[in-house]
Design a protein around this ligand. Sequence first.
Ligand code: AKG
Length: 341
Amino acid sequence: MQVVGTATRAYEQVLVSVEQYKAFRRDGFLHVPGLIAQAEVAQLARFTEDMMAGRCSLPGIPAPPADLDEAERRHFYERIHMPHRSSELAERFLLHPRVVDVLEALIGPDVLALQTMLFFKQPGQAGQGFHQDSYYIPTQPDSLIGAWIAIDAATQENGCLWMTPGSQFEPIYPDCDGASEQGDTLLDDIPAIQSASHPDPEVNTLANIALRYGNEIPVPAQPGDVIFFGGHIFHRSHRNQSARSRRAFVSHYCNARSRVPWNHGIPYAGEDEGAAANHVHILARGSTHLPYAQPNFGTPCAANMPRLYGERFDDQRTRSMMGDGNGFMVLVPHDEVIHDH
Ligand SMILES: O=C(O)CCC(=O)C(=O)O
């Protein structure tokens, strides 16, 4: 396989093993230790400290009022949404090439970057009850995936993620409280749920379904670890019951050939006529027949460096991610595959 283009990647490309790919499909999530360098995680930590101290703010997001004491300031934010649209740093982490390398293997090769969230989760702050991310972010076909970057060490005590392996094969449960229009309503025997994400399992009725699995597991993580999880898996996190922060930077992506009728609740061109919002989301890797946006701050990605991260090949052959025979997931042209059936 020949990689073309004059520029070269300024980082060591991450190869995903076939075993990791299989684990993601089998369990519904994949924990990749140490994917992000400590120096880079420290930048995210500093950014959250600056926000909590009121030293930096983002457009549209109020800063902590000056009369708050330090403890109150630290609890002013629980999470902020879509920081990549106004922060160069957040855009850089959304399009982090090592994260996108893994996404390319798991849901690619074509990857569209949709969303970012910064969780502050200071001591005492709440967790997020059982939910499925595709309930909030529709993609058609549904190829949604989250990448959860640990900024602090996440433990059971300070509210790490908990996953329910196997539940990634569940449909998206529709609701009966109008919180989401998503959900599989055309299939029989899929009950409507109520109060998804509510931490109390008595209130959040998705818990009745999730807890039947009986195999929920904590996923502790170290700073720089990234947990990738599909849009259907049942997952949650508990309140931070420690004296330590549990911050995380979370991004969502889909295959760039999926239609995305979602812009974080913000209207977009053609929405009334049923158009999709792909044109406001950034092409991180590969190519697509659908529209896409450029990154606001020029972070290198397929949208602005197609020869390096986009098309990459001179020929027009169709390629998919497949095992290379040495145990790694790589882009393979279809006509090189030998079919024995
Ligand atoms: O970080 C957390 O506590 C919850 C994150 C989560 O559930 C999500 O991003 O879907």
